[in-house]
Write a protein that binds this ligand. Structure first.
Ligand code: HEM
Length: 641
């Protein structure tokens, strides 16, 4: 009997062992080989599958090599940012496959098929779930599927309505105002300074998310941000190697720290939520931040669905969503901003045009919601930056069932890569000038620029399109408008152009720039006298002042046509005002050579000399005008200005 039991145990052990071995062999060899044959039969080619690592080793080497040195100052960034995808498409065509370990990843470049995958009509294209450590960081609606996703999206949506977004602008203004003041101090004295704006913009968007998410609890928000950044760094280290199931459960130093950070972040957010729920019940808290709006929308959802258990989000769900706001909303927006500053330094004429528009709409005043919605040039610029430098370079999906995608039949378990960066740079879709910065492509909106194809999807597409898209755009516009109002900027000689990805598309060596203080257009407030001659004189004075401010911008932007138009305008004005003839002549004589390369470095000294002369002349002009205004009509000059 005892022997029988022993024999039974041994047989069971052997069966279990054999089944484990079979599973392992199937996972690392049979299944990938079967999939490879299946895909090849349909014309989807790639490197032959290599045991366990697939293309990972080669891809790591290619990426390391491409990113070992900076590139030239161009927007043709695909070969540097995604060398494996670039090489695969070059060797095997647009319908090809790469192996990320034992899982095949089919590359989809056709806009129609991208639309089919992202619209996900039958629910067969799921989000790729990543490993358990990734799920500690990336939580919430972005990971859910089916009914759970629909419920989370329904509850979160109201917080991102256009109307509600108005409420978060003061927080963005406050955070950005702090950064602008800091930069103003740095340029004080010399009028300019060198600065790596990349960490500055990262801190800024982190601050914005802390303020807009947690309002008054924003200091705790800052701490959460720090902890999540540490968690992201640890996760990135882990993602460098092949993921072996179960590995994340081992008590390694990194795994233990990741879990510790996760516990701390959740406890902090839980504390904020509890505090907020109490004060909302006591009508003591406003719900102007994302957390307040989320709690409000959640209570409504629970009431509308009759306290049904399935309605509304639990406190753990709300914590997940708050964490997600940081993960999804911070780095993406800071990369959009940093590439916009870099690109506008590479194309100073567009920097000038953007600034002109901002000054025309807001002057030096605080940007408001309605004004931000009117910014056309700035919007075109942001779209073109999102096309050339999409923060999320590629979207991933995985098939849950056998499915037909155009002419391709896909079995379950195949990953699909929708590489926005490749599609956005594709000459067949965007024309021969696809690698050039041309915001005018978007002058008639996105659908005209894309000819209604899914060839531009920086925020995703379909039902799962980014929920924070309007939030991000309004935030980026506000920050850019405030920077343009106060500074002009150019690339520092130490800037090295090196786009690369760590989760988002970032500048590898930072974004070193030279910031110049914008001299505010000095518009003296003179009491408008009744005498028509004096009225013309003071109006003229204001016009000339504004023209010179624009002129300085033009000179730094080297936009010859505009520059000459302003000169012509000034000349006419000065003839009318007779007293400025000499002045304009002086400016033309000295400023025109600015446009020739060899005088490039003298732009500033010319501008400075001209401005000094202008000021001198103005003093004389002022004295003449003031002497004609009867005493008593003139307001106290110091007070008025
Ligand atoms: C320039 C800034 C941003 C970019 C480029 C961006 C990009 C994206 C993309 C590409 C997706 C779709 C991912 C996919 O389908 O696999 C997405 C989803 C999402 N984004 Fe953004 N995002 C930005 C800003 C924000 C902000 C500010 C927030 C919130 C504060 C946010 C919250 C979300 C959420 C919650 C989702 C998941 C939506 C769902 O699955 O239903 N994003 N984002």
């Amino acid at each position: 009997m005892g022997e029988l039991v022993y024999l039974g145990a041994v047989i069971s052990g052997v069966v279990i062992l054999l089944s484990l071995v079979w599973r392992a062999v199937n996972w690392v060899w049979w299944k990938p080989k079967k999939l490879e044959k299946y895909l090849r039969e349909q014309g989807i080619n790639g490197h032959p599958y290599r045991l366990l690592s697939g293309d990972l080793k080669e891809n790591t080497m290619l990426t390391k090599e491409a990113q070992s040195k900076p590139m030239n100052l161009s927007h043709d960034i695909v070969p540097r940012v995604v060398p494996p995808l670039h090489q695969t498409i070059k060797n095997y065509g647009k319908k090809s496959v790469i192996w990320t370990g034992p899982t095949p990843r089919v590359i989809i470049m056709d806009p129609e098929l991208i639309g089919d995958v992202l619209s996900n009509k039958f629910g067969h294209f799921l989000k790729s779930q990543g490993n358990p450590m990734e799920r500690l960081l990336v939580t919430g609606v972005i990971n859910h599927e089916g009914e759970k996703w629909a419920k989370h999206r329904r509850v979160i949506n109201p917080a991102f309505h256009q109307e509600k977004l108005k409420r978060i602008l003061p927080a963005v203004y406050k955070s950005c105002g702090e950064m602008v003041s800091k930069w103003e101090k740095l340029v004080l004295g010399a009028g300019s300074c060198e600065l790596d704006v990349w960490p500055e913009l990262q801190n800024l968007t982190g601050d914005v998310i802390s303020r807009t998410s947690f309002g008054s609890s924003y200091e705790e928000g800052r701490r959460i941000n720090q902890l999540l950044n540490e968690q992201a760094m640890l996760l990135l280290q882990g993602l460098q190697s092949v993921y072996i199931p179960g590995l994340s459960f081992l008590p390694t130093k990194r795994n233990k720290r990741m879990k510790e950070l996760n516990r701390e972040v959740r406890a902090l957010i839980r504390g904020i939520i509890n505090k907020r729920e109490k004060s909302m019940k006591a009508n003591e808290a406003s719900n102007d931040d994302l957390l307040g709006l989320l709690i409000e929308s959640n209570s409504k959802d629970i009431q509308e669905h009759g306290n049904n258990k399935k309605a509304g989000l639990s406190i753990e769900d709300v914590i997940d969503e708050c964490k997600l706001f940081y993960f999804a909303g911070q780095e993406t927006t800071s990369t959009l901003l940093v590439w916009t500053m870099i690109v506008l330094s590479m194309h100073p004429n567009w920097q000038v045009r953007a600034r002109e528009e901002v000054l025309q709409v807001f002057g030096k005043n605080k940007p408001d919601f309605d004004g931000l919605s009117q910014l056309k040039i700035v919007t075109m610029i942001l779209y073109e930056v999102l096309r050339l430098y999409p923060p999320a370079i590629s979207l991933l999906r995985v098939t849950s069932k056998k499915i037909q995608l155009g002419e391709i039949s896909l079995p379950p378990g195949v990953e699909l890569a929708l590489p926005a960066i490749l599609v956005h740079h594709d000459r067949e879709l965007w024309g021969e000038d696809a690698q050039e910065f041309k915001p005018e492509r978007f002058s008639k909106g996105v659908s005209k620029a894309t000819k209604n194809q899914v060839s531009f999807f920086p925020f995703g597409w379909g039902a799962r399109i980014c929920i924070g898209q309007n939030f991000a755009m309004i935030e980026a516009k506000m920050i850019l408008a405030m920077i343009l109002q106060h500074f002009s900027f150019e690339l520092s000689p130490s800037y090295a152009h090196a786009p690369y990805t760590i989760l988002t598309l970032q500048p590898q060596y930072g974004a070193h720039m030279i910031l110049h203080k914008m001299s505010p257009p000095h518009i003296p407030k003179v009491y408008i006298p009744e005498d028509p001659v004096l009225q013309i004189a003071s109006a003229l004075r204001i016009e000339i002042n504004q023209c010179f401010a624009v002129l300085r911008d033009m000179a730094s932007g080297r936009d010859l046509k505009k520059f000459l138009t302003v000169i012509a305008g000034l000349w006419i004005l000065s003839i009318v005002g007779s007293c400025c003839n000499f002045l304009t002549f002086f400016y033309i004589l000295h400023a025109v050579p600015v446009f020739y390369e060899k005088y490039e470095d003298q732009v500033d000294s010319f501008a400075e000399k001209a401005m000094a002369e202008i000021k001198k002349q103005y003093a004389v002009f002022d004295a003449k005008v003031l002497s004609k205004i009867p005493r008593g009509l003139l307001k106290d000059k110091k007070k008025a200005s």
